[in-house]
Design a protein around this ligand. Structure first.
Ligand code: BV8
Ligand code: ZN
Length: 266
């Protein structure tokens, strides 16, 4: 059955979410697309004709650290001008509501966190703070020691001759993100799969589900008897395993999906 806007399965998916005790959300670049953040595989994901996978690697950084720094600054500049969209806010309201919800994101743009802090206001935002399995573009870390700091303002490349160095050991600083070919933080990975395993419903929004191991998080819910609801304008490798795969933008669908489930007694 489709709802007023013809989203096939939305009413049934709302019923499934309403009865779900514990929810795990897995989000990808598509959730931030309506905020103007370039997706990875969309045609807007290119930079100077490099595919993201070519630049987000330790090899690219070894080969040309300045180019990789410039790319991350280009992205920080773009993302810095973006704000959360109704999809981020809907997930924050759901996680700050009566249900036990954990948000696992592949996004490094910080928009889930921004939405959580905004929706929480003076209340504790932590139930809606995401698990950033691929790190954050707004943090840098040392390539040699454990030094790590927030990094919001882009480097002024025309003036900065040298690449940013670690104030502790002098080694090169790099974005605090997980690059292709690099393992995820084992603690973060365990927490992500634990919350998926314990969930009765995994809400998968805006991901092409091609990058491992993140794309396997929803399978932990399935393997434990739970179900998947997917939101994506196009089919993904997870669509066939989802109880409902809602075709449309997360900015439009998520607010409808969580409506009435975010207040106590919802
Ligand atoms: C690792 C941080 C140990 C950096 C990122 C098994 C099989 C095959 C390959 C592998 C494997 N295991 C490991 C690999 C290698 C690799 C991998 O998965 N490669 C893929 C490409 C095949 N994985 C790794 O390297 C991982 N490390 O496994 O270490 C190891 C190492 C080597 C070999 C074995 C084991 C590390 C992966 C993390 C890489 N870092 N980001 C940075 O951001 O700069 S990944 C990055 O790309 C993002 O974080 C995200 O995860 C991914 C992009 O995916 P999506 O978010 O889904 O975005 P995408 O653009 O693809 O899709 C957007 C979707 O949204 C689309 O479906 C679209 O239809 C939809 N959409 C669009 N608009 C909307 C929408 N949806 C809703 N609403 C809308 N409005
Ligand atoms: Zn250092």
């Amino acid at each position: 059955m489709s709802d007023s806007q013809g989203i096939e399965g939305l009413e049934e998916a709302r019923a499934l979410l309403a009865e779900a005790e514990r929810v795990c959300v897995l989000s990808g670049a598509g959730v931030s697309a309506e905020s103007g953040v370039p997706t990875f595989r969309g045609e807007d994901g290119l930079w100077k004709n490099y595919r993201a996978e070519e630049l987000a690697t330790p090899q690219a950084f070894r080969r040309d650290p300045r180019m990789v720094w410039e790319w991350y600054d280009w992205r920080r500049g773009k993302i810095g001008g973006c704000s959360p969209n109704p999809g981020h806010y809907a997930l924050a309201r759901l996680a700050l509501g009566p249900k036990s919800v954990s948000i696992v994101t592949q996004n490094v743009d910080g928009l889930h966190e921004a939405a959580a802090r905004e929706v929480a206001g003076a209340a504790d935002p932590s139930p809606a703070l995401p698990l950033e399995v691929h790190g954050s573009i707004f943090r840098v870390k040392c390539t040699a020691c454990t030094y790590k700091i927030p990094h919001r303002d882009p480097v002024r490349w025309e003036t900065e001759a040298v690449l940013p160095k670690c104030p502790v050991c002098g080694a090169l600083l790099r974005p605090d993100v997980v690059w292709f070919g690099e393992s995820l933080d084992p603690m973060v990975l365990t927490e992500a799969f634990d919350s998926a395993r314990n969930a009765t419903l995994c809400l998968v929004a805006g991901t092409s589900a091609l990058v491992q191991p993140a794309a396997s998080v929803p399978l932990a819910t399935l393997e434990n008897g739970g179900s998947i609801v997917e939101i994506n304008p196009t089919e993904t490798p997870l669509s066939g395993m989802a109880t409902f795969s809602l075709r449309g933008g997360s900015g439009a669908i998520l607010p409808q999906l969580v409506e009435g489930l975010t207040e106590a007694g919802g």
